[in-house]
Design a protein around this ligand. Sequence first.
Ligand code: BES
Ligand code: ZN
Ligand code: ZN
Length: 510
Amino acid sequence: MELPLGEVKMVKASVVDVDALSATKDSVLVMDFEGGTSAASWLNAKNKTLGDQLGHAVAEGDFTWKEGQVLVLYSKGILPVSRLIFAGLGKKSDFEINKVRVASAAVVNSVRQAGIKELAVRIESFSSLQEQGAWCTACLEGAMLAHHKYEVHKSIADPARLNHIILCAPGGSKELASSVQYATIVSSNTIKARDLINTGASDKPPKIIADHAKKVSGKNVKVTAFFKKDLQRMGAGGILAVNRGAAHEPCLLVVEYNPVKKPVSTVALVGKGIVFDAGGLDIKPASGMETMKVDMNGAAAVIHATCSAAELGLPIRVVGIAALTENLLGPEAYKPGDFVKTMSGKTVEILNTDAEGRMVLADALHYAKTFKPDYIVDIATLTGACWIALGSEAAGLFSNDKELQNLLVQAGEETYERVWPLPLFEEYGEYIKSDFADLKNVVSNSPSGGGAITAAKFLENWVDKTQKWAHLDIAGVDWMEAEKDYRPRGATGFGVRLLTRFLMNVARKL
Ligand code: BES
Ligand code: ZN
Ligand code: ZN
């Protein structure tokens, strides 16, 4: 069995030292704030020769450089390029870097049906190179992520036409090459994660995902897969319990990147990989089950963030650990009232089989200790409660360490995969104490409230007190019901960019 993944055709990106009008014969993109003064000074005399079409569009109120607005003009042979495209960034006073991502995505989405193959982007010269680099990265991410759609099951796919983006940065092209490389790596890994998450659950049993990880991981990455027999030997009672109603074997997958030089730091990333969450015997209603192939987003993010770290050649060791199984209702399925002994020896009274994520993570978090990591970050589509609390604009962040928390918040701001701190107050831990076992997997006198927090408190039991640990609850940010900017309908691949940026910042800190 093979994953039905199509070839990912990435938009190629490069950076050159010349003005955009000399970089291509196809199309030139200029972004600007409301008022368009920078674009106007660049256009200058060219504008007159074009008959001031831009001025007319503005005067008619058709184009006012608002966020997301796109205007395409045809140069009709007057200029050496076919099209001039303008994209609005909104008010300068409201600016933050994600608006560049949104603008370049708007351009790619609005010219999708046009024949544009090559796009030269005018990059403003900024006082700081760092600012210019962030601008380039955002511009490429927006375009690349908007460009790729999951279409492997369409008989007639919408052909991708854009194949090259040229960033035009007179004077600074050499320094920007690393921004181009970074954007290409994180975007291609996000796209691969999205495709894997969008794949139907019947097409991606754990073993097939393990094969996928072997296939995508390149140099300096070792992939180890533990299957049912291994897990029995290891005492992985949490994963095995959830797996009992499943059709396919579970897998604890370890994707380990070791840099060429001896690393001074180790980060473990732990991902929830429920290939399909039907809820188990506590079956979900149809409306809640519809998208549950997304329940392995955490695993996909961990695999592809580790691949990104390897492709970037970061000087730290990264161990990606994914706990993979279906949560179904086979005759052997684990049942409410059952007792489960996890790998650490701690026991759990099962009260709801739909709280399966924390059961598989309990074993994966315990296993992560093997690598003596400086940081452990787990990522999971864990609770509907987190979705209710934060909606779809931020993931929940829980951490026992301020510095780690800050690193993740910063990476969230840089990538716009934002995370928001929630508490791990001691009192919430009381909610999940069991009369019969060490813990129970849900609060029994529901509704109790604080479901995202009690889930995090549950996980905390499998992490040593002195271990720097953070938990990301990504239920809510994992899936788009409708296309928005650089996120097409379906899986967002949340976490690949966030975790990669986090790893890069950890490496920089050393
Ligand atoms: N995978 C779900 C959480 C989820 C919900 C992810 C919606 C994405 C969108 C998780 O396994 C689950 O079912 N959690 C239960 C926990 C409850 C039984 C304590 C939930 O949130 O209802
Ligand atoms: Zn569930
Ligand atoms: Zn789940």
